[in-house]
Ligand binder design. Structure first.
Ligand code: G6P
Length: 350
């Protein structure tokens, strides 16, 4: 068992550490993805369908398709898809994201979509059912993932979506930017001791908020899902601007707030939300640029990335410290992060 874990204590930790390599491998799929794109018919609308972590990757996809291609994009949970299906037509490209390619809700939605629209799946498991059903297939090539909570497959799904948008828009600048990501992820992993300290400080919290705007909103949701899955602490991911419409009533000095604040369009507004939660007693863990002295001084705990990671590219590296934080809180609480209770790696029932 220890040999399979490559010397790591858990598969999840091994898989988190593999992520810089995974991003490099998935980047090599670019020419494959360019070929897939050539076979698309014209489309005027995109609809992503997925569940769990794959749903969060889809949300990043929405912001990319809308900002870089100006294509209206919806993101629908697989189990909710049948309620949206009537609006599908032949001008819609429906993109399914699934690590396993076997999730029952997603396969059901794929069957329905195939009748009306062109379908693409982004999938990690070769030869899985989804790959046989869809019109087009992109493999995320993260390698087998054993830990129940998705980590490396999430970043590989993200890279596939970025490459897809790059292939459709010919945005070579973004392609150059992604190439920096593996190194920035490595630095985040090398900072693990710092994350362990933060984990020890917050391990007894009963509630946690994760906030972000725009490209950082899916990162907040994913950080919160990781926390729920493997630490059994109640976590809520929230669009930072929505805090005032409810959650502020729950914030006090027992509720840590993790804020995802890369440099860019969302920065100043999220900084304002940090001030709001601090005024109600919350401790703030901020993730942002190392050069962001204002953010650093506002936060009780600070996790820094190099300043050249833009908001648009931040979802790929910024998720790493959030995964590590949940992993270490899980271990501190005496839980086996590889096998969380009541959860399965692949859910084959609707
Ligand atoms: C389960 C897993 C999650 C995963 C979700 C969707 O809930 O525990 O980690 O994100 O299924 O799985 P899929 O294989 O379709 O991506």
């Amino acid at each position: 068992d220890m040999a399979k874990k490559g010397g790591y204590k858990h598969f999840m930790l091994k898989e988190i550490h593999e992520q810089p390599e995974v991003v490099k491998n998935t980047l090599m799929e670019y020419s494959e993805i360019e070929k897939v794109v050539q076979n698309f018919s014209d489309f005027k609308r995109v609809c992503f369908v997925a569940c769990g972590t794959s749903y969060h990757a889809s949300l990043v996809g929405k912001y990319l398709f809308e900002t870089l291609l100006g294509i209206p994009t919806d993101v629908i949970l697989s189990s909710e898809f049948i309620f949206s299906e009537p609006s599908l037509d032949s001008d819609t490209l429906v993109i399914f994201i699934s690590q396993s390619g076997e999730t029952a809700d997603t396969l059901k939605a794929l069957k329905v979509a195939n009748k009306k629209s062109e379908t693409l799946v982004i999938v990690n498991v070769l030869g899985s059912t989804a790959t046989r059903e869809a019109n087009h297939v992109i493999y995320s090539r993260a390698g087998p993932e054993i830990g129940v909570a998705a980590t490396k497959t999430y970043v590989s799904q993200l890279v596939c979506i970025y490459l897809l948008v790059i292939a459709l828009s010919d945005d070579k600048k973004l392609l150059e930017e992604i190439k920096k990501v593996p190194d920035r992820m490595k630095s985040a992993i090398e900072d693990e001791e710092h994350i362990i300290e933060i984990a020890k400080k917050y391990k007894d919290a009963t509630d946690f908020f994760f906030i972000g705007r725009g490209f950082s909103y899916p990162t907040a949701l994913e950080g919160s899902l990781k926390l729920k899955e493997i630490t059994y602490i109640h976590g809520e991911g929230y669009a930072a601007g929505e805090l005032k419409h409810g959650p502020l009533a729950l914030i006090d000095d027992d509720v840590p707030v993790l804020a995802v604040v890369p440099p860019g369009q969302s920065h100043d507004k999220t900084l304002g939300n940090i001030e709001e939660v601090k005024a109600r007693g919350a401790s703030v863990i901020a993730v942002g640029s190392s050069e962001d002295t204002v953010l650093r001084s506002e936060a009780h705990d600070f996790i820094g990335f190099e300043a050249d990671i833009t908001e648009m590219i931040s979802p790929i590296p910024y998720v790493v410290p959030l995964q590590l934080l949940s992993y270490h809180i899980s271990v501190e609480r005496g839980i086996d992060p590889d096998k969380p209770k009541n959860l399965a790696k692949c859910v084959t029932v609707e």
